[in-house]
Write a protein that binds this ligand. Structure first.
Ligand SMILES: NC(=O)c1ccc[n+]([C@@H]2O[C@H](COP(=O)([O-])OP(=O)(O)OC[C@H]3O[C@@H](n4cnc5c(N)ncnc54)[C@H](O)[C@@H]3O)[C@@H](O)[C@H]2O)c1
Length: 253
């Protein structure tokens, strides 16, 4: 049977983390050749190992800091040298600092802007020339429900960057449509990953959180990877400038 991403080359950022790892494994199963990267060396290498052990094809660079333009360019160079094309860019990686506005420092704010918003600009800019040459490609940006509703505490910088990801996605989709490149975003709700693992140490907090989710459960990295697979595949060939909320109904409630 042919996979849904057969012959496609997919660059996923942050493949050492929860959602990036799940996407690399799922996309490779669907026939994609994967390029990954992460700041975290061991976690990133483990993903490569898992993909290859399952019979998939993946290369990656670690450690790699995507906020540095030269490093993002290195990743795109690896993509071109290894596979000669780039069909899907999945901007998944990010890192944020959370604090109430009264306590948030300039450094916290600046860190979050660089690691959640600038990171997407830097990688997309580096990847675009190859994507334009590839034709028929797709960009997936990871936003958040925090960019839509103000329900989370201590999140001014995170909410601002993720709202920025929504706006960036819409605007870029218009610019790139004539090149045949689709640009969409995913807004995850509460997903259990290394980034949110601290919450799961406190059962009371988990119960409270789950009560606020109409579907009665938190999300798993695979819930997001399956939606990213749709946006990466030709099944979403007429969708651009869209955001898909994947949150068990949180935003609707
Ligand atoms: N987990 C959630 O509940 C949730 C909710 C909404 C949105 N998101 C978004 O989903 C995406 C994935 O998050 P996750 O929960 O899987 O987090 P995660 O921390 O498990 O994975 C993110 C990975 O990105 C890497 N990374 C961060 N900055 C980097 C940089 N500058 N260069 C290279 N690699 C870098 C990290 O090392 C990490 O391995 C993020 O954009 C996050 O904002 C997550």
């Amino acid at each position: 049977m042919t996979g849904r991403l057969e012959n496609k080359v997919v660059l996923i950022t942050g493949t050492g983390g929860g959602q990036g790892k799940a996407a690399a494994i799922l996309f490779a199963k669907e026939g994609a050749r994967i390029v990954g990267c992460d700041l975290k060396v061991e976690d990133s290498k483990e993903t490569v190992r898992m993909v290859r052990e399952a019979g998939g094809d993946m290369v990656s660079i670690e450690p790699l800091d995507l906020t540095i333009a030269a490093q993002a360019e290195k990743l795109v160079e690896l993509t071109e040298k290894t596979y000669g094309r780039l069909d899907v860019l999945y901007n998944n990686a990010s890192a944020a600092r959370f604090a109430p506005m009264m306590e948030m420092t300039w450094e916290d704010w600046d860190f979050t802007i660089r690691n959640e918003l600038n990171i997407i600009f830097v990688v997309t800019k580096a990847a675009l020339p190859l994507m334009v040459r590839t034709k028929g490609s797709s960009i997936i940006n990871t936003a958040s429900v925090a960019g839509i509703v103000g329900a989370h505490g201590n999140s001014v910088s995170h909410a601002a960057t993720k709202g920025g990801v929504h706006a960036f996605t819409r605007q870029l989709s218009l610019e790139l449509a004539p090149h045949g490149i689709r640009v969409n975003s995913i807004s995850p709700g509460m997903i259990r990953t290394p980034a949110t693992e601290f919450i799961f140490k406190d059962q009371k907090l988990v119960d409270m959180m789950v009560q606020g989710i109409p579907m009665g459960r938190y999300g798993l990295p695979e819930d997001i990877a399956k939606v990213a697979l749709f946006l990466a595949s030709d099944d979403s060939g007429y969708i651009t400038g869209a955001d898909i909320v994947v949150d068990g109904g949180m935003v609707a409630s």
